[in-house]
Design a protein around this ligand. Structure first.
Ligand code: UD1
Ligand code: CA
Length: 459
């Protein structure tokens, strides 16, 4: 909308969400890893409004903290006397003229395209998004006259038996002429079963003022379904994930089972990426061409370059992985790790805050922490970088072409120079020189005549 005719978006988020049975306010419960309210804010922002006003009430401080952003104005509604009372709190903040869209903080899947028909059309009009439900129990029913024009909305608790049969419901999403809204809201009376100020009572007032009321049917119910309890939250979560999976499948990503696929953030995939069942992607995840992710992996803020394979049950957090690497199964990569190309990190290997060079392998049972590891290093099974002295962390440096024998402890700070070989079972506390074999274990010996103890008989 133009500057002369600005758009406001008001988001109602003051309710407590009793049926969640939770201390967390409902709008902060998460869908796809983000609060319900942030999904609604995304839709609001996509409309490029002049103002976004969020009405908070129950646990207002928590909601404000979670949603705070320079483009949002918060208003408080206390006590919460109904949806009409909630919108009324936003009136002093509205940019005058133009239109005001009201969204609900607990209706997370709404998309900007579905809102457009509400906003389009003359300023002097009230539009209400409706939908058809097989089971409309609990919702406000849309009552139309003989000419199919919207007359009013009747809440379930106030409806007659005949009205209970109406399947068209009020989604709670509206667009109003801003100039008239304040006056109408000021005339609301709580004359109903719940003794609340119903925003829906504005409709007959609009008609009386000769402002047309348009019911606009949304043909995609999940977009306008609200979250009232945890069961509904999981249902909408699955809808979200299924829709995202469908989009990625259409782009060519081989998702083994869209029903066992979870993205809690933003994922981008190159060509011929395959993702097996049960994986969770959190934060920003980028998968290059030909990347394969095995079953039950968790990737949190990860970049994976082309043709790398991540085998099942691997957990990677805040790291980058190069081209043609092989990770897992059962690998843990922790924050601040960079793996160069052609690296192999195998089962029960944990890597934290380390740079691992091209072609290096740590195939089994190893901890590499706070380390710089060069190119073509072979880290034997059971190697541990002892990075923590009980008070401080220290770095381990392993230069190119080093071979570390199995069961070695590298007590940091320590450096293993280029081309060095460390014999198995070593405890390295000082620099190991380049190109030499360094050993630290005791010499093997045998005790002649030694006998195994025998069990003493108690009888
Ligand atoms: C409301 C509508 C109903 C519609 C339904 C759709 C009214 C009177 N009824 O009913 O017609 O079918 O939504 O889901 O409008 N809220 C506040 N402050 C309040 C009360 C509510 O901010 O004082 C917020 C809630 O946090 C929630 C939204 O408004 O986000 C809807 O409130 P809720 O109590 O769930 O309304 P319903 O009774 O479901
Ligand atoms: Ca509701």
């Amino acid at each position: 909308m133009s500057k002369a005719s600005p758009l406001n978006v008001v988001i109602l988020a003051a309710g407590m969400g009793k049926r969640m049975h939770s201390n967390l306010p409902k709008v902060l419960h998460k869908l796809a890893g983000r609060p319900l309210l942030s999904h609604v804010l995304d839709a609001a922002r996509a409309l490029s409004p002049a103002k976004i006003i969020v009405v908070t009430g129950h646990e207002a401080a928590l909601v404000r903290e979670a949603a705070a952003a320079p483009d949002i104005v918060f208003v408080n509604q206390s006590p919460q006397l109904g949806t009409g009372h909630a919108v009324q709190q936003a009136v002093p903040e509205l940019a005058p003229g133009g239109k005001t869209v009201v969204l609900l903080g607990d209706v997370p899947l709404i998309q900007p395209a579905a809102l457009q028909p509400l906003i389009d059309g003359p300023v002097n009009r009230v539009s209400m998004m409706t939908t058809l439900l097989d089971d409309p129990t609990g919702y406000g029913r849309v009552v139309r006259d003989a000419r199919k024009k919207v007359k009013c909305v009747v809440e379930h608790k106030d409806a007659t038996r005949a009205q209970h049969k109406i399947r068209e419901i009020n989604t709670g999403i509206f667009c109003y002429p801003t100039a008239k809204l304040g006056k109408w809201l000021g005339q609301l009376k709580p004359n109903n079963a719940q003794k609340e100020y119903y925003v829906t009572d504005v409709l007959p007032m609009a008609l009386k003022d000769k402002v047309p009321v348009e019911g606009i049917l949304c043909s995609d119910p999940p977009q306008v379904e609200g979250v009232n309890n945890r069961a509904q939250l999981t249902q909408l979560e699955r809808v979200y994930q299924q829709r995202l999976a469908t989009k990625l499948l259409e782009q060519g990503v081989a998702i083994a089972d869209p029903a066992r696929f979870d993205v809690r953030g933003a994922i981008t995939c190159g060509r011929d990426v395959s993702i097996d069942v049960g994986c969770v992607f959190e934060g920003k995840v980028e998968l290059g061409d030909g990347v394969r992710i095995g079953a039950h992996c968790v990737l949190n803020n990860i970049t994976v370059a082309a043709n790398t394979i991540i085998e099942p049950f691997s957990h990677l957090t805040q790291a980058s992985v190069g081209v043609n690497c092989r990770i897992g199964p059962y690998t843990r990569i922790r924050p601040g790790t960079q793996l160069a190309d052609e690296v192999h990190i195998g089962n029960f290997v944990e890597v934290k805050a380390s740079d691992i060079g091209y072609g290096t392998k740590a195939s089994h049972l190893t901890y590499i922490g706070d380390s710089t590891v060069g190119r073509n290093v072979n880290v034997g099974a059971g190697t541990i970088t002892c990075n923590y002295d009980g008070a401080n962390k220290h770095r381990t440096v392993i230069e190119d072409d080093v071979f570390i024998g199995s069961d070695t402890q590298l007590v940091a700070p320590v450096t293993v120079r280029r081309g060095a070989t460390i014999g198995a079972g070593a405890t390295i506390t000082r620099e190991a020189p380049a190109d030499q074999l360094t050993l630290s274990r005791a010499k093997q010996m045998s005790v002649p005549g030694w006998k195994r103890p025998v069990k003493i008989s108690k009888g």
